[in-house]
Design a binder for this molecule. Sequence first.
Ligand code: FE2
Ligand code: FE2
Length: 260
Amino acid sequence: MKILFIGDIVGKGGRETVRALAPGLRREYNCDFCIANAENVAGGSGMTKSCLQAVFDGEVDVCTSGDHVWDQKQFADEIESLPNVLRPANYPDSQPGKGYGVYVSESGANVAVLCLLGRTFMAVGAECPFAAAERIVPELRKITPIIIVDFHAEATSEKIALGRFLDGQVSAVLGTHTHVPTADQQLFPGGTAFQCDVGMVGARESVIGRDLQPVITRFRTGMPQRFTVAEKGIVLHGCVVSVTDNGKAKGIERVMRSLP
Ligand SMILES: [Fe+2]
Ligand SMILES: [Fe+2]
């Protein structure tokens, strides 16, 4: 089977681009499952049920998230009614929502999705992602060998280390959070597909999805700025992973597409 995985969807431009392009990409690459990181879908920070609707309209099956998951206050109440939306699994159990789930693909195969958050150069508050994976992955493997991990983290080293740690145990470890796609897509020896970061659905003329000038000013002056979301020239970044019935990855291909 083939799985389309889309990077952090930023703001209205991002979600409308997913709505417009993702169904066609699913057909073009013959994918029967689609995952997208939606932590920036609401105004560039956080998620709401209504903003996620555009993403689900784009035939995305599961939305993952990351450190921005709770930026929209109302979402703590909304997530419980959204079984196809995941928060980081290594956040405390006391948080609403869940961090992994098993879903049925178009072809009828069970696909497990696990969302984990990194800790290097990131806000603290999450359990060790390695320990969380060590606990959760064997449970998921009792149900299905097809397991996709969204590792939402800053440091390439932490991402590669977790990918190598899980090689042979999951079908893919795909990075999100930096919004910049990396050129290191590969298959590890045990059969796990890996890419440090799949990128974002956001504006090319931007600093990771935000308008240029406030970000440059902030870096130059250290003064607080309002980081507006850049809306023009949106590019969709993601990847397509091919997985055998026994959960081994046999291919990973980067995808980059923009609206005509
Ligand atoms: Fe993000
Ligand atoms: Fe993030």
